[in-house]
Each structure stands twice: as structure tokens, then as C-alpha cells.
Design a protein around this ligand. Structure first.
Ligand code: AMP
Length: 122
């Protein structure tokens, strides 16, 4: 796994160097609207700690951070009004996962039917 890059864009958002459209925040997490939404609701939930991806987080985060991250996802769904209608959570990891930003983030997408999970390979 690559080591954490402090210059990634989400690290800059956490340091307040670039703005975000905040949805939710607590001691462990920051959640903000995706700059290029792929659904009517598309929010990114990130831990405040320096974790490259979900595998790094699962291996190295504290129990408090893991509980906080899990709770933040549910809270974001409630705040954005999609918890009743349903939604999808996605975390891309590494090259095959098509991860673009190397700071763990969970996509919370909903507000309309999201379709099949993956496009069928031909
Ligand atoms: P991933 O491919 O899982 O790494 O997704 C990265 C996501 O970050 C994409 O959906 C981008 O649209 C989103 N993104 C990139 N820069 C920003 C930003 N400055 N503010 C909000 N979302 C961003």
C-alpha cells in the first residue's frame, strides 16, 4: 500500500486550505458534498485521520475512529433525507477499485434509484 500523501486534496480540505460544501462533522469525521455528484445526493464521508484507504483504516484506526466513521455514514443518510428511500455506500480502493483520491472516503449516493451495482462485463 502507498504511504499517506499529505498533499492529497482531502488532506487540504481537512486543513481548511481549500473549501468544501460541508454536510456533517464530528471529532472523527468530515462529510461534504461531492464536487461532481453522480446522484441527486452524493456525499463523501472521510475520517480526520491519515488513512489511505479502507484497508489502511481497518488495520490501523482505533475502535473509536471506526465507530465514529460508521456512525457518520448513517447520520449523513439521515441528514440528506435518503435513509428511508435507500442509498448506496461505496469505497473505492487502489487501481482496480478506481480510487482517485488517496484518503479514505465513503461515497454515500441516493435520492433516486442507483441501478445495478456494476455494469456487466461483455
Ligand atoms: P474516488 O474515485 O473514489 O477516489 O472518488 C473521488 C471523488 O472525489 C470523486 O467523486 C470526485 O468528484 C471527488 N472530489 C474530488 N475533488 C473534490 C473536492 N474538492 N470536493 C469534493 N469532492 C471532490
Amino acid at each position: 500500500m502507498a504511504s499517506y500523501d499529505d498533499n492529497n486534496i482531502f488532506a487540504k480540505i481537512l486543513r481548511g486550505e481549500i473549501p468544501c460544501n460541508k454536510c456533517d462533522e464530528d471529532d472523527f469525521t468530515l462529510s461534504f458534498h461531492d464536487i461532481a455528484p453522480q446522484a441527486p445526493v452524493h456525499v463523501l464521508v472521510i475520517p480526520k485521520g491519515r488513512y489511505v484507504d479502507y484497508a489502511d483504516f481497518a488495520a490501523n484506526a482505533s475502535a473509536e475512529e471506526i465507530v465514529g466513521f460508521t456512525a457518520a455514514i448513517k447520520r449523513v443518510a439521515e441528514k440528506t433525507g435518503i435513509s428511508e428511500s435507500g442509498y448506496r455506500i461505496i469505497s473505492n480502493i487502489g487501481d482496480d477499485g478506481h480510487q482517485e483520491v488517496p484518503h479514505l472516503h465513503m461515497h454515500v449516493v441516493g435520492g433516486a434509484p442507483t441501478g445495478r451495482m456494476l455494469t456487466k462485463r461483455s
